[in-house]
Design a binder for this molecule. Structure first.
Ligand code: C2E
Ligand code: MG
Ligand code: MG
Ligand code: MG
Length: 286
């Protein structure tokens, strides 16, 4: 009996795996046509000045508006795109769309674009970036590329060469998700980024353990001593803002300020952002 049950459970397991595989194949197939059908969307989330709350940058975050499945998050389809060599096309669309949007904004905010490691390796990024900037007449310094330390795995020398070319174009380079990888510190030595973005996991733990604040403070000091700007992301509550307020981080980003939205940048409530900073306790640190 036990054996039978075991076999039954296994068949059930197999059936579930089968459905998952079919789902994945279907999604993969649908993703191939998504750009052509105009189903990809860019959402924008403000990144504000760490002491005034003024918007400095908008991060472009891709979504897939699926006709039946609804809005699909990048976490669900970017890995799929990476595994099926569609990431280069999607990345090119994101870059072009973000540059076009930024060029039309009423104020010269920067636009920050995520580049996945696979995309970084698959495409001639400097050429694509130069073409997108030229096509939309966007000043290079208004474009920020967010990369992760994943670009250094496999061939670090080539990665440094590509990054150097990108910097030569005048775009800004940010090291995203800082602190979560294996050896982020050594990458700060290998290439001079403009800024680092401290991973949101540290901010989320601020209330629970005192070490998180110590780590955020230490990374901020490290960044500043290396001449880099430091952005803290994932700020959700006024309490977190209060704790981070006197660390001297250059920029902040999180749901407290605004969630990513499809809205055009000019519609964000800038007065509300400023007031959040006016209300936060100002501690005078020695
Ligand atoms: P990321 O670049 O680290 O982006 C930050 C993510 O955190 C975004 O999720 C954003 O919506 C979310 N976030 C911002 N503030 C808060 C907060 O206060 N609390 C919480 N819990 N989350 C917050 P999203 O848009 O789902 O993107 C997830 C990841 O997908 C991104 O992480 C990035 O790695 C990737 N991604 C997004 N758009 C693109 C893209 O166009 N190209 C590539 N290659 N990757 C992308
Ligand atoms: Mg990012
Ligand atoms: Mg990040
Ligand atoms: Mg992330």
């Amino acid at each position: 009996r036990v054996k039978d049950e075991g076999r039954g459970a296994f068949r059930f397991f197999e059936a579930v795996m089968d459905v998952q595989l079919q789902n994945r194949r279907a999604l993969e197939q649908e993703l191939r046509g998504a750009i052509g059908r105009g189903e990809l969307r860019l959402f924008y989330q403000p990144i504000v000045n760490g002491s005034t709350g003024e918007i400095e940058t908008f991060e472009a975050l891709v979504r897939w508006q699926h006709p039946i499945r609804g809005l699909i998050s990048p976490a669900a389809f970017i890995p799929l795109a990476e595994q099926t060599d569609q990431i280069a096309r999607i990345g090119e669309w994101v870059l072009d769309t973000a540059c076009a949007a930024a060029a039309a904004w009423p104020l010269p905010w920067r636009v920050s674009v995520n580049v996945s490691p696979k995309q970084f390796r698959q495409s001639d990024l400097p050429a694509l970036v130069a073409a997108a900037l030229a096509r939309h007449g966007l000043t290079p310094s208004r474009l920020v590329l967010e990369i992760t330390e994943g670009v250094f795995i496999q061939d670090a020398d080539t990665a440094v060469a590509v990054l150097t070319d990108l910097r030569g174009l005048g775009v800004r380079l940010a090291l995203d998700d800082f602190g979560t990888g294996y050896s982020s510190l050594s990458y700060l030595q290998r290439f001079k980024f403009h800024k680092i973005k401290i991973d949101q996991s540290f901010v989320h733990r601020l209330g629970q353990d005192a070490d998180s604040l110590t780590i955020v403070r230490a990374i901020t000091h490290l960044g500043h001593n290396l001449g880099l700007q430091v952005t803290v992301e994932g700020i959700e509550t006024a309490e977190q803002l209060g704790m981070l307020r006197d660390l001297g981080c250059d920029q902040m980003q999180g749901y407290l300020f605004a969630r990513p939205a499809a809205t055009t940048a000019s519609e964000f409530d800038r007065a509300r952002l400023r007031s959040l900073f006016a209300e936060a306790p100002m501690k005078i640190s020695a």
